[in-house]
Design a protein. Sequence first.
Length: 94
Amino acid sequence: MIENHVRFVAQVDARAARNTKERLMRAIDSLKERPESHPYWEWDGFPQKKYRKLVVPKWYVILCTVVNDTVHIDYVLDCRQDNVKIVANPEEKS
């Protein structure tokens, strides 16, 4: 998931790619503490109250599910893309 985003940014700027990876990894790591405190992702085309969201400035949203004590990272979305299409077609997961 993250690799696709980093690879895309690296085509333009290697430093920006490293920064993107670091921001995303810090955000994912932060989910260890109270992942249920993040709000549900509510957007037409997405299942309601299934995914919790974590916004990573500037362009990313991490969608995760929490099952018992385990956090599953389901999607790392670039908000500049058609995310409804990505979730509707899991083989295109980014």
